[in-house]
Ligand binder design. Structure first.
Ligand code: ADP
Ligand code: ASP
Ligand code: MG
Length: 418
């Protein structure tokens, strides 16, 4: 079986859905499982709904209507008339969402988030699977929550591999086009959970692992994995093949083309991952497999913007030692700051972190009681894998370098734009 994943960008409008059909026509859809994300920026739009819900904002209704309107327009563009049963099916999902908003009693933000945000994927898969039927392809729509079981860590759920494996092994029909949702799972009480933003790549890997799939293909708006994000680097070039290890490194440092959790399950079973263009599906793209690196290596650039550089030094010139460091890390964990770079010296300790949840001020108040805290906001972290002098120069040009760290294969540079 082959597992395909189509992300938000590939299904952002009616033309995108039609293109998925074309891709499947070209590469074949027998014995295929398709994992689909929410359409375009729907997850962000639903996050707005969640915000309005908790703020008790008068905008709540209009934010829901906006999501409805967007999907309705896609339906009108795809289907000849609104007699097609897909209209009723999508309406029913929006009715469920509105019922939840009207009747929910839980004050748990993360729980509510997952119950609401999941409609993005439930609706996108409903639309895709009806469109395939409309075009004469027999499909099986699966509710992923009957397959991927997780713990109850809403918004960042941990997969229960044993249960998931059993569900998937016993209940997926082969020889047919199966369509299901990325990003979602369910906990032991069957409440919806999610695997973390951008988690649909990971969903594809979970299914591939449990099905012993022949391969996974993630279809993207780029030709494959490139040596830099082509949005920011004009001369980015395609990497034809890379090893799991290289892919894990790139994803770990923030190459957003592959979700970092995707590689491990695939690597365990040596299932190859293809990253291909949904615009040119017959081009080879990038193959990620065991030992597949091409040498010599090209320098690979990864950019993380909007980082925070924090330096802690001891107030009394005592050393920052193991005990302090473990306490500091405990706090970073507690306040959900993601540490992307660490540098330690005798009496000071610097970290480049991402404050996704806006918790730094609160943390700073605690740290300042024990340490002298200096910080610079809005810095950029560049990571160069397989760096050379030229590559480093390109990054440093016209910028102030605040910190630099070099290891055998990787150079990291924290800069502030001039
Ligand atoms: P999806 O639609 O599956 O969610 P994403 O938008 O998450 O797709 O991923 C594709 C995007 O990843 C590309 O548009 C590109 O801008 C970005 N990207 C970041 N780093 C790389 C890289 N090294 N190679 C290719 N694309 C990259
Ligand atoms: N729709 C989810 C998100 O935007 C999951 C995904 O696209 O991978 O984060
Ligand atoms: Mg994405």
């Amino acid at each position: 079986m082959r597992v395909f994943k189509f992300g938000g960008a590939s299904v952002k409008d009616a033309a995108g859905i039609k293109n998925v059909y074309d891709v499947l026509q070209q590469v074949g859809y027998e014995d295929v499982l398709v994992i689909v994300s929410a359409m375009g920026k729907t997850t962000n739009a639903l996050e707005e709904v969640i915000k309005n819900y908790f703020d008790k904002s008068p905008e709540l209704n209009s934010s829901v209507q906006e999501v409805k309107k967007y999907h309705n327009q896609i339906l009108l563009d795809l289907f000849e008339n609104d007699k097609n049963e897909v209209f009723a099916a999508v309406n029913a999902q929006f009715a469920d969402l509105e019922y939840f908003l009207a009747h929910n009693k839980s004050p748990n933000y993360n729980f509510v988030y997952d119950q609401i945000v999941s409609y993005g994927e439930l609706i996108s898969t409903t639309i895709l699977s009806h469109f395939m039927s409309f075009k004469g392809i027999q499909t099986q729509w699966l509710d992923v929550r009957n397959f991927v079981k997780t713990d109850s860590t809403y918004r960042d759920a941990e997969v229960d591999w044993d249960l998931t494996q059993k569900n998937i092994a016993n209940n997926i029909k082969r020889k047919i086009l199966n369509i299901t949702q990325g990003f979602l799972g369910s906990d032991e009480n069957n409440f919806t959970t999610t695997l973390g933003r951008e988690g649909s790549d990971y969903s594809a890997a979970i299914f591939a692992y449990c099905l012993n799939a022949e391969s996974v293909t993630i279809w993207k708006d780029v030709p494959g994995v490139m040596n830099a994000d082509p949005r920011y680097f004009e001369n980015a070039s395609l990497l034809n093949q890379i090893s799991y290890r290289e892919a894990i490194e790139l994803a770990f440092y923030g190459a957003s083309v592959i979700h970092p959790k995707t590689l491990q399950p695939l690597q365990k079973k040596e299932i190859p991952l293809y990253v291909k263009s949904f615009i040119n599906p017959l081009l080879p793209g990038t193959r990620v497999a065991k030992g597949a690196d091409l040498e010599p290596y090209l320098p690979c650039f990864i950019v993380k913007r909007n980082q925070l550089l924090i330096s802690l030094s001891s107030i009394d010139f005592s050393f920052i030692m193991e005990e302090n460091i473990s306490e500091i890390f405990g706090l970073f964990h507690q306040f959900k700051l993601k540490v992307n770079l660490i540098q330690n010296s005798a009496i000071s300790f610097s970290v480049c972190v991402e404050d996704k949840f806006g918790n730094f001020n609160e943390l700073n108040a605690i740290l300042s009681k024990k340490f002298k805290v200096d910080f610079t906001e809005n810095v950029t972290l560049y990571t160069i894998r397989h760096f050379n002098e030229n590559a480093a120069q390109t990054v440093e040009e016209n910028k102030t370098v605040l910190l630099k760290q070099v290891s055998r294969e990787t150079m990291q540079i924290v800069t502030k734009e001039n």
